[in-house]
Write a protein that binds this ligand. Structure first.
Ligand code: ADP
Length: 338
């Protein structure tokens, strides 16, 4: 699904390559952590997967496509098969939650009917049903990241790339987001996540690829974080310990529920909501949470109140390229998808 063959990336004007001789293959449905100190090459890997950049030497193949030979005009269509989530959420501040998620579909020419079905489904998946009309500034950090995840998923991508998705969140909210990513992966989406969150990596025991100065120094099928000396210590040790315990409980629960790797069903969505409802503190740091009396509806399906989609100004979206939205002409399939 994603293959790096002896990939070296040297940025212009730099002495040391950002990546040197990196070789790995990610299979469909895997959850892979990319770890390593700042500057070790994690973001460069993600950029190469998204074809934001090309290797200096070596080959990157994604979804059956050799990205070296992928024509520039096909890149936006290729990117529609890959969802991206970032540390800083990158939502459109002037648009509602619904509009932020709808935007991806709207620009790619999806029908109004499809948008009104797919957006509520994506928001339900991330536990945000009922918040369609909120503006981003009315949401907590964790909720904003959920909107970003819904936006990344609404196209039903085969791969989700997450670059430090919990980097701006408090430990409790980070656990929520990790649970969500684990569930998305359990539904069949391949997830590649660059992170410094050693606690999550240790508890999840998923595949770990470690980079050091651009070289791949480890590829463990069920790995831990490894050397923690380079982890930025922005949170006191005690809080990190608490987060790790919470992460263990949460992630073990996800493992129990998803061992069979079934696709997400309405029942699973309902149980996600129930699990979230039983963690009242998980959004405790929310600055502008909904009133306690506001209950999220449990039904998954199109909403009945009218939601107005705005005219879209593509230039307004700084991440248009990354979302595969920079060219709206003639959609094309990327394939074969392996
Ligand atoms: P990480 O995501 O692990 O922090 P990066 O992939 O961002 O690492 O960076 C790897 C190396 O490449 C670093 O030395 C960084 O300074 C360098 N680098 C990244 N992007 C650029 C760029 N656009 N131009 C020059 N050097 C870059």
């Amino acid at each position: 699904m994603i293959r790096f063959e002896n990939v070296t990336k040297r940025y212009r004007g730099t002495k040391r390559p950002a990546l040197a001789g990196v070789d790995f293959e990610v299979e469909r449905g895997e959850f892979v952590f990319l770890v390593g100190a700042s500057g070790s090459g994690k973001s460069t890997c993600l950029r190469l997967i998204l074809r934001e950049d090309v290797p200096t030497t070596g080959r990157v193949a994604v979804l059956g496509r050799d990205l070296r030979t992928l024509a520039n005009r096909k890149v936006p269509y290729f990117r529609r098969h890959i969802g991206s989530v970032f540390q800083d959420f990158r939502l459109l501040s002037s648009k509602t939650v619904f509009q932020n998620v709808a935007f991806t579909l709207q620009v790619t020419g999806a029908s109004r009917g499809f948008i009104h079905q797919a957006v509520p489904e994506a928001l339900a998946l991330v536990g945000l049903d009922g918040k369609e009309k909120r503006m981003p500034h009315e949401l907590s950090g964790g909720e904003q990241q959920r909107v970003a995840i819904a936006r990344a998923l609404v196209n039903r991508p085969q791969v989700l790339l997450a670059d430090e998705p919990t980097g701006n969140l408090d430990p409790g909210t980070s656990v929520d987001i990790m649970q969500l990513l684990a569930r998305i992966n359990a539904g069949g989406t391949t997830v590649v996540m660059a992170t410094h969150e050693a606690g999550f990596v240790d508890q999840m025991q998923r595949r770990v690829i470690e980079l050091r100065d651009g070289e791949m120094v480890r590829d463990d099928v069920h790995g831990g974080y490894g050397d923690r000396s380079s982890i930025p210590q922005l949170v006191p040790e005690a809080a990190r310990g608490a987060a790790a315990v919470a992460a263990l409980t949460a992630v073990q629960e996800v493992h129990r529920q998803t061992e069979s790797l079934e696709p997400l069903t309405a029942e699973m969505l309902a149980s996600m909501k129930a699990a979230r409802a039983s963690q009242p503190d998980s959004q405790a740091t929310s600055q502008q949470e909904a009133p306690a009396t506001e209950q999220r509806p449990t039904a998954v399906g199109p909403r009945t109140h009218p939601i107005v989609l705005p005219e879209v100004d593509v230039a307004e979206l700084g991440v248009a390229d990354r979302l595969g939205l920079s060219d709206t002409r003639n959609d094309e399939e990327v394939g074969p998808t392996s």
